[in-house]
Design a protein around this ligand. Structure first.
Ligand SMILES: Nc1nc2c(c(=O)[nH]1)N[C@H]1C(S)=C(S)[C@@H](COP(=O)(O)OP(=O)(O)OC[C@H]3O[C@@H](n4cnc5c(=O)[nH]c(N)nc54)[C@H](O)[C@@H]3O)O[C@H]1N2
Ligand SMILES: Nc1nc2c(c(=O)[nH]1)N[C@H]1C(S)=C(S)[C@@H](COP(=O)(O)OP(=O)(O)OC[C@H]3O[C@@H](n4cnc5c(=O)[nH]c(N)nc54)[C@H](O)[C@@H]3O)O[C@H]1N2
Ligand code: SF4
Ligand SMILES: [Mo]
Length: 647
């Protein structure tokens, strides 16, 4: 028997899958050709989900009767576990009010129902939430300043491109199916250019690699703009018709001298000119703005300037970032935010560690996330969670680092054990993902848990008890090309997509000069901060790896190796040899990793697989500061300044 499923992982691709089930057990998972973008193959993670579903699972509710962070977990009944949670919850509400409660989640599972709908409960209570800034928010907010919404080119369109620029985007690893589209386009003559401080897996297969010093992309963006404008390589009619604030933009552009740009970025003047000429002459083109490059001190600003380049050469939204905002789906209805009038406290997700350290939250409920490895400022986060007055509940399918800092751990089914549906963030194909097997052990889904909590608290608000599928009907009907009934019956539909030549800005145009930014007291034009140019120290690059989704799949592929890659000349200068233990220190702390000598890196850069542990089991994020970006409050994972030395 095969079940029609969809991969729910936080991934650009959102693959359609066939899950082969025999006697109630998952045997294998195969690609499903019903989705033309993800047809043909699954990545190592998609395939591994068939065995991972049976490994390292939390099967029953557990209470921590030992001392955190290790603890001694005892199995209890759901009734018991919920009773304990409610007692603590009431105590916190009485003493600190609803602001003493925080729910913390991200995209561990992107199912619309079990990710968003449970938030209704927390919103009804009035609990604090985060700003979801850990991944893509700065880029979204940055591009939105100029375009209204941040959606761009759809994957189906990549095949007809003649030039694709991957800017701080390692698609060969992080988006294997988008990459496949690029390879197909390449076979038809499309040129592929990669801008990256590292000769990445993607750069190796490109036509042109532009090595750039980390964090300096805004300068290169302005260098491109200047060359295009001065060389009269722009589309004046387009600029006239569809844009606002061009003259002000030109004034800003002229402040950037090519000589200076070249020095800052490490990209020669000749290469900047060549790059701009290619960009002007080869069309249609797309600039694929990586989530990676966006997670740096100048990340949001980089997304801004890169999104404006297509407007110079006359292309409507000639970029791809993340298309989640191109759909007509009102997620705020699912979370209840649109219906509730109470304003809840919103706290920075990137800087959460600081707030937790101060004891601002006494009851923390975590699901869909493993913050004890993935949030910056681990030293503070860990110290904060170990306070005596902080109670932590984690709802998870697999045991993870966060569990050992929790007082109660609740078992959740994986996406293969529940019927779900998700919105992709690249393509616009959508389909129900059917439950493949019954939930393992006593695992119960996220909606069930919050409804139980609500009942026990005698909360009568109808929002919490609405059938989530009825809620889903309200947000998806009208948003898909077809009916909700067709979706329910298992048909693949397309999500309606906003037109690429529609601009949701106050002027209705592409705003080179952002009127929204002006009103918000932000720079109306993209502007880098100089901080990233601290050349005395090394910059640590963090990248997604092929075998893992963040901290998932360790139970299949083993713990990721505690390694750091070092440029050979830097290694020689510092007398670091292959396999040496090296200490890497930022202002926030140190980790110890094994050195790998790697010629694919620029000098003064180091490269690690993100979210790993060091040789002593310490989280890499111990050395990542809780610093936030100006636009969108995003993280600066790729701008961590460190010193490295042999031990
Ligand atoms: N296999 C796999 N795929 C994934 C994920 C996963 O965990 N595993 N996670 C998904 C998620 S949530 C995300 S956020 C994405 C991330 O995927 P991507 O958007 O591809 O981002 P990264 O892998 O973080 O880095 C991409 C590239 O940016 C480069 N880079 C770093 N700093 C700079 C800079 O300052 N300038 C420039 N020009 N380049 C820079 C890095 O060297 C790297 O090659 O991947 C998604 N896909
Ligand atoms: N150093 C460094 N750190 C980073 C980054 C970086 O580049 N460098 N990148 C950041 C980025 S881009 C991102 S997106 C974040 C990702 O950060 P996280 O969202 O924390 O990443 P994951 O490891 O995918 O989280 C997995 C957890 O989600 C939970 N989960 C999975 N499926 C389900 C489910 O069906 N139900 C429930 N209840 N729980 C489930 C499990 O507990 C699992 O352990 O990490 C950030 N952290
Ligand atoms: S993790 Fe991404 S590439 Fe791999 S199967 Fe899932 S959606 Fe596809
Ligand atoms: Mo991410």
């Amino acid at each position: 028997m095969h079940i029609r499923s969809v991969c729910m992982r936080d991934c650009y691709d959102t693959c359609f899958m066939k899950v082969i089930v025999e006697d109630g057990i998952i045997k294998t998972i195969r690609p499903d050709p019903e989705n033309p973008i993800t047809d043909g193959f699954l990545c190592a993670r998609g395939v591994a989900d068939s065995s991972r579903v049976y490994r390292n699972r939390v099967m029953y509710p557990h209470v921590n009767i030992g001392s955190k962070p290790k603890g001694n977990f005892m199995i209890v009944s759901w009734d018991n576990a919920l009773g304990i949670i409610i007692r603590k919850f009431k105590e916190v509400l009485e003493n600190y009010g609803s602001e003493g409660v925080l729910h913390l989640e991200y995209a561990g599972n992107m199912d619309l129902i079990t990710w968003y709908f449970p938030q209704r409960f927390w919103n009804v209570i009035g609990a604090a939430k985060t700003d979801y800034s850990i991944c893509s928010r700065s880029g979204h907010e940055g591009i939105s300043l100029h375009y209204g919404l941040s959606y761009g080119v759809l994957p189906d369109e990549l095949i007809s491109m003649k030039l694709i620029i991957l800017w701080g985007f390692n698609a060969a690893v992080s988006a294997p199916h988008l990459w496949m589209q690029l390879l197909r386009a390449k076979r038809d003559g499309c040129k592929v250019v990669v801008v990256d401080p590292r000769r990445s897996e993607t750069a190796m297969q490109s036509d042109l690699w532009i090595p750039i010093k980390p964090g300096t992309d805004v300068w290169l963006g302005y260098g491109m703009a200047r060359t295009l404008i001065e060389g009269d390589l722009i589309d004046k009619d387009f600029i006239e018709r569809y844009t606002f604030g061009y003259e002000l933009f030109v004034n800003e552009v002229m402040k950037y001298e090519l000589e200076n740009i070249s020095e800052i970025t490490g990209v020669s003047k000749e290469l900047i000119i060549k790059f701009a000429e290619i960009y002007s002459h080869i069309k249609p083109s797309t600039i694929m703005i990586g989530l990676g490059v966006q997670k740096s001190v100048n990340g949001g600003e980089t997304a801004r300037i890169l999104s404006l380049l297509p407007a110079l050469v006359g292309q409507h939204r000639g970029f791809y970032y993340s298309n989640s905002r191109g759909f007509y789906v009102n997620v705020g209805y699912l979370t209840g935010e649109d219906l509730l009038l109470n304003k809840v406290r919103v706290v920075s997700q990137v800087a959460l560690a600081e707030h937790i350290l101060k004891g601002e939250f006494k009851f923390i409920y975590i699901y869909n996330m493993n913050p004890l490895l993935t949030l910056p400022g681990q030293k503070y986060l860990r110290e904060g969670l170990l306070r005596n007055d902080v109670f932590v509940v984690t709802h998870t399918p697999h045991w993870n680092e966060t569990c050992i800092f929790s007082d109660v751990v609740l078992p959740a089914p994986t996406y293969l054990e529940k019927t779900c549906i998700t919105l992709p963030y690249s393509h616009n194909y959508v389909r129900i993902s059917e439950r493949a097997v019954e939930p393992l052990g006593e695992s119960r889904d996220e909606v069930w848990v919050v409804k139980e909590l609500a009942k026990r608290l005698n909360i009568e608000c109808g929002l919490i008890y609405e059938d989530p599928w009825d809620a889903l009907r309200k947000v998806l009907e009208g948003a898909v090309e077809g009916s909700f009934e067709e979706l329910l019956s298992g048909k693949t539909l397309k999500l309606k997509y906003r037109p690429r030549d529609e601009y949701q800005t106050p002027t209705g145009k592409i705003e080179f000069y952002s009127t929204t930014a002006y009103k918000k007291n932000l720079n109306p034009l993209p502007k880098p901060v100089m901080k990233s140019l601290d050349n005395g120290r090394f910059t640590l690059l963090n990248t997604a790896s092929p075998l893992y989704t963040h901290t998932q799949f360790w139970e299949v592929y083993g713990d990721p190796r505690p390694e750091v890659h070092v440029n050979p000349d830097d290694a020689e200068e510092l007398t670091i040899k292959e396999g040496d233990i090296v200490e890497i220190c930022s202002e926030d702390g140190c980790v110890e990793l094994l050195a790998r000598i790697d010629g694919s890196l620029l000098r003064k850069t180091l490269w690690v697989q993100r979210q790993i542990k060091d040789i002593n089991g310490k989280s890499l994020n111990t050395i990542v500061p809780v610093e936030t970006q100006l636009v969108g409050g995003g993280p600066i994972f790729n701008s961590v300044k460190v010193k490295i030395r042999s031990r």
